[in-house]
Design a binder for this molecule. Sequence first.
Ligand code: SF4
Ligand code: SF4
Ligand code: SF4
Length: 581
Amino acid sequence: MANINIKINGMEVSAPAGSTILEAARLAHIEIPTLCYLKEINEIGACRICVVEVKGARSLVASCVYPINEGMEVFTNTPKVLKSRKRTLQLILSNHDRRCLSCVRSGDCELQKLCKDLGVEDESLYDGEKGIYELDESAAHMVRDNNKCILCRRCSAVCSQTQGIGVIGANERGFKTNIGSAFEMGLGETSCVSCGQCIAVCPTGALYEKDSVDEVLEAIADPEKFVFVQTAPAVRAGLGEAFGLPIGTNVEGQMIAALRRVGFDKVFDTNFSADLTIMEEATEFLDRVQNGGVLPLITSCSPGWIKYCEHYFPEMTENLSSCKSPQQMFGAIAKTYYAKKLGIDPEKMVSVSIMPCTAKKFELGRDDQSAAGVPDVDYSLTVRELARLIDKVGLNFLSLPEEQFDNPLGISTGAAVIFGATGGVMEAALRTAVWKLTGENNDSPIEFTEVRGVQGIKEATFHVAGMDVNVAVASGLSNARELLLKVKSGEANYHFIEIMGCPGGCVNGGGQPQVPASIRNFTDIRALRAKVLYDADAANPVRKSHENKAVMKLYEEFLGAPGSHKAHDILHTTYVKRTIN
Ligand code: SF4
Ligand code: SF4
Ligand code: SF4
């Protein structure tokens, strides 16, 4: 595509035809602040923060939607521009609950940062009537606080476009405009799937997860309780960002050290139960292939995806693997096998998980998730909650040493750690399924790079033991929908599908640290975080789940074989058919 030459602040800039002023400025390392803009998702030019002067234009223009043309002269920082941005912020603040001191987003709020950067000290200049809204606490995973909403519409754009769901949007008009669900329903009454992608993109404290930090600290302080914690693969790839480390830093060792100092009795790894999931899921897959079961088999690790399937494709719940998610498998094994080994009453155990996900908060309350007669998992914290917990107890995260997980539920393989990236569960399952299909050949392949990468949909065929195994991987629920429609119409014929609710998989989960749009719009955070996991896999001397010695011992001592009756009782679950609200 031909380039177009313009001038920005007197500098010559050349950018591809079709670029907006914002994109062209970015190429020249000139930052223009934004608030509502989310690249390719919410390009509506509504908030007016990104306004700039264009020579010859009668008024300021929104740079996020204004296309460049040859010879254009743009000015991004004139007094007129700065005054306009400041006034826009003052108007936003006039109808905003400005209690920053107690706000969950204070310190990483995009509105707060803009006000500071632009020197908005007289925030009450335009004060008048204010909209007063009740908190929406009806959903299991999150709270909506419209008193802090600035109507940027990033949340509704992500929900409807990226996730193809659309359970939130603008209600009413004019001064009464507010974000909510149809017919004023609480979010918990809708077919929201709890993915938290709306929270991840909200620039303010209007959307946040339900916080269980205090309950966890109370349990830790109770001498009668044995409190253990598991951490999902993608947590180690995201947590460092909450403490200022670059995106793509592995903080596994410091994370373990922090959890130990917080006071958990044992610090374990969800990677252990990711390996266990592969043992069960690969067995289920081979059983369905060899005995004419329902195909394609679809993975069940992502609770946002499971809820989506139940609401939007209820006719396909038979395709779902009956395996509980690794979070739930972990809690189930800890409160049965491990409790028995240690002689602890499961009633006295408190099972905590750290997840890059908000849907896990919904999942732990599902039916059929209590192998020992008590919940498999009691509390699920997001990575953001863990960062707040670490701050709350006064730990200096960056000064912590690197420590190791406790055993045996901290032992894992390279196959497990890649669960956090789209395609990772598929690759891990293939490592074990192909090993089995080729007669337990230890030279079977390790890497299946065809299913790696951040594309929304990936397809591959592997020729194994005389048969073609067709697989597909989707992440983000709009992509999942596209794939499932192909399956339903008969256009595609897969044997095995991996679906993750969040685009890019758990590395980009709705519970990961907040990344401002100024970075999110121009950096592929999914690829940077995923690299952490693939590097950890490559560095692990054991890279196939069936070679996890602690998992093998669990089968020998307790479960019998993969897919056994006992394994089914403890590690598998059922699904429900829901409606769309
Ligand atoms: S949303 Fe931002 S500006 Fe508003 S109270 Fe919270 S931190 Fe302050
Ligand atoms: S809830 Fe957050 S993302 Fe949604 S419109 Fe309000 S401020 Fe924007
Ligand atoms: S949690 Fe997911 S499904 Fe629910 S409102 Fe937010 S983006 Fe939509």
